[in-house]
Design a protein around this ligand. Structure first.
Ligand code: ADP
Ligand code: ASP
Ligand code: MG
Length: 401
């Protein structure tokens, strides 16, 4: 088999862990498989680099951020290749650029445009284990880019798609996808399978076990993804098409995103085009807007509330500065969190939303915003109630049974 294995930050967090990863890779290769490995930076490393940059500047140039952040993955991929070689394997470390990962030029959240299979397959065909630095690519002009936080998952899926690997294993510090974050609810249950669509909603709503764009790409390219632990031999969770899933419960999982901020524009000019201008400016500043609620105010004024990732607060404030008084009063609140319930079974069941709202009300948790999709209901609440909300809903929808 041709297998892509991705090891996340904790899996390569120390030299001992890198050695353990090398042993596992060696075993996989010894079983007659061709192996491509994608690694993250050592855990905490990317955050450390960001903090260093922020000690000089609140909004560091994004090109230079990519120069900086891409270094963490370079370290681990080289160390792993060295460890593998020492164990008697032929291994070669490649940066994103050397692996041919071509991206657009949106620094710090670049999108992959193309990956030729040749750079990796030439090494595989020469009998080598290829170790690729995750999370990074290169533009057509030779500039280094990174793929957004958690982006090594995307590297792994994209490479698996490009070389038509039989399997893409994502090794992390939990042994699969659970009904909710097992660090929040210890009664969370591991799922044997989950559909691409449910996983995409969970990942987009804050379950960081897989990066959302990697799930989107896996679905598009039909890459078979399994998440497993690098710390044990347990079977993981298979992410597959809906047909491949064993059961279709109404609610499959719950996600919590504490990295949210709410922006309220109170008393904006209520005229055609104002929303287009505001969200156009935010999009130009590469701010991702999630929920949007507009309410009619008085005297030709309206109120507009929306949520963004908390790390994009400064960019958002900056992008809105140009509007002056047209936006009315501006409020920014990063003491909020988003809780989401996800399940394909919701399509054919009624009363799922009302049960969610009733259960939160019983705990005296106030809902600030609501948004829904066919298979998801999200609410924005005060951050301090985020974990309580998750545990409450986990028990109400009987996910611990
Ligand atoms: P890595 O560094 O390996 O990429 P991450 O920290 O990005 O690992 O993702 C793994 C973490 O995701 C787990 O430690 C767990 O706390 C968290 N997590 C959140 N939601 C879930 C879920 N539904 N199932 C499993 N893990 C989850
Ligand atoms: N090191 C990067 C991050 O922390 C990418 C990754 O770990 O997937 O976001
Ligand atoms: Mg991750």
């Amino acid at each position: 088999m041709l297998i892509v294995q991705k090891y996340g930050g904790t899996s390569v967090g120390t030299l001992e862990r890198i050695r353990a990863v090398a042993e596992r890779v060696k075993r996989t290769a010894a079983g007659g498989n061709s192996v491509v490995v994608v690694v993250s930076a050592m855990s905490g490393e990317t955050n450390k680099l960001i903090e260093m940059a922020q000690s000089f500047s609140k909004m560091p140039p994004t090109r230079e951020m990519d120069m900086l952040l891409s270094s963490g993955e370079r370290v681990t991929c080289a160390l792993l290749a060295i460890a593998l070689t020492e164990m008697g394997n032929e291994a070669i470390a490649l940066t994103g650029r050397q692996a041919g990962i071509l991206t657009d030029s949106v620094h710090t959240k670049a999108r992959i445009e193309a990956i030729p299979s040749a750079p990796v397959m030439e090494q595989i065909n020469a009998g080598k284990i290829v170790v690729i630095a995750g999370f990074q690519g290169v533009t057509r002009n030779g500039e280094v880019t990174t793929l957004g936080r958690g982006g090594s998952d995307l590297t792994a899926v994209a490479i698996a798609g490009a070389i038509r690997a039989d399997l893409c294993e994502i090794y992390t510090d939990v042994d699969g996808v659970y009904t909710t974050d097992p660090r929040i609810e210890d009664r969370a249950k591991k799922l044997a399978t989950i559909s691409y669509d449910e996983m995409l909603e969970l990942a987009s709503m804050g379950a960081k076990v897989l990066q959302n764009r990697s799930v989107e790409l896996a679905k598009k390219l039909g890459v078979k993804v399994v998440t497993r632990s690098s710390f044990n031999e347990n079977e993981g969770t298979v992410i597959t098409s809906e047909e491949g899933c064993m059961e279709k419960p109404v609610v499959s999982g719950i996600a919590l995103d504490k990295n949210q901020a709410r922006v309220s524009l109170i008393g904006i000019a209520d005229r055609p085009g104002i929303a287009a201008e505001i969200f156009g400016a935010l999009s130009n500043a590469s701010v991702n807007v999630d929920m949007i609620v507009q309410t009619v105010g008085q005297d030709g004024k309206a109120n507009l509330d929306f949520t963004i990732g908390a790390t994009e607060l400064d960019q958002t404030k900056y992008a809105l500065e140009g509007f002056g008084a047209a936006l009315g009063r501006q409020e920014f609140d990063d003491s909020v969190a988003k809780v989401s319930i996800v399940g394909v079974g919701m399509k054919s069941h009624s009363g799922v939303a009302s049960l969610m709202f009733e259960s939160l009300a019983k705990e005296n948790i106030n809902i600030l915003m609501i948004s829904t999709s066919e298979i998801k209901i999200s609410v924005v609440i005060a951050k301090k109630y985020g974990e309580l909300a998750v545990r409450t809903l986990h028990s109400v929808y009987e996910l611990d049974k």
